[in-house]
Each structure stands twice: as C-alpha cells, then as structure tokens.
Write a protein that binds this ligand. Sequence first.
Ligand code: SF4
Length: 226
Amino acid sequence: MDAEFNRNLVGCRECPRLVDYLRNLPPKGKRTRDEYWNRPVPGFGDPSAQVLLVGLAPGAHGANRTGRPFTGDGAGDFMYPLLHRAGYASQSQVSHADDGLQLTGLYISNAVKCVPPENKPTAAEFTHCRPFLARELAGLPRLKVVLALGQGAFTSCLRMFKAQGVISSLGAFPFGHGVSYSLENGLTLVASYHTSRYNVQTGRIDESMFLQLLQRVRRLAAGENG
Ligand code: SF4
C-alpha cells in the first residue's frame, strides 16, 4: 500500500479499548516496551499479489512486537515455512520486519490491525477496521483469491463484501476449513482454520492440511478449478 495509507493506518486511534490496551500491554519476558511496535500493524507483501491472506489481528508478542503480520509468534512460525514451500515466501524462517523476507504473489494482513485483549476483537472493532481491509483489497489490482484464516477473519471479509453489494447475506457462506466461494466480483473467498499455536497443538490444523490448501489456493488464483 502507499505510504499515506500506512501513515493513516498506523496513526489510527478509532478503537478506545484497543488504544488503551496497547498503552498498557506489558512486554513478555526480559523485553522492554521499547522493543515493541505497539501500534496498528499494516499489511505487507507483493503489490501484484493474486492472493490476500487475512488473519484475525496482530499477536500481542508477535506482530504487535515486530510490526509485521505473523512475525515473531507461533502462528507465523508454523505458517512461513509452509508459505516458503508453496512458493509464496522467499524464506522459511522469519524473525523481524527487516529480516529480508519477500512475498511473491501474496499479500498478508489482518482483519483488525491492533492487538485485542485475549485475541478477541469486538464487533465494533471489526467494523471500525474493515475500511482499512477494504482499501488493502482495492489496492491489489491482480487479486484473485482471499484466504481468510479463522472464522473471525472470514466473517469480517463476508461483511465487507456485503457492504460492497457483492453478496446479499452471510448465511449462504458457512465457514469450514477448505470451503471456497466464487463471488460476483470475480474473487474466490477461501476459508482456513487459523494457524494459531492452539489450533496446531490441538491438531485442528497441521502442516499437510495447510500446505494442501495453499497449493489449492495457487490453482484457484491461476483460474483452475482447484
Ligand atoms: S483496530 Fe483498526 S480501526 Fe481500531 S484503532 Fe486499530 S487500526 Fe484503528
């Protein structure tokens, strides 16, 4: 996205509960607050991306610390090696925003750009942040597939498409890992379980499930049936 968009996003204070949470969030372990980004986290990736991956929100000690989505926490540690194997990421190990990672064909963002308490944004926070997601989507001219991780991100995408008149009701689009919907705006919306540490540890999602889904997403983005 352009610099002005990112400036507006990073300066946003629309959600008082999240602004307050960021102001007081204690650092983890021996880190200090100075080592934390502690602001809204913009998306990043290939401006020519055909795939937009949408997570829920920054992790408190991951993206909220490093300033880059899925960087520095368990969800990213699981995801980036698989993005690398699927050809979307230049490296499998990521650690901080200047680690040299390049994405090809992929843009990564979150439905809510500020870390929420207990990873649970309110409905109002989803709504406040949705215009930023819509702007990111509109700024990707070659976009074909939106891959939403988890029900929260998936539902926020559906609400965005409803507000845009692309769909008329959410009820026709139930969530499930691997479900995909062809939308009237030419995009395909694909759902995945979130790659959170909890989902990985409980076996809800594993490497082979997510890698297979990424490979299917690549086929869908190429106009194949998947
Ligand atoms: S969650 Fe989004 S709308 Fe709310 S303060 Fe953060 S950037 Fe602004």
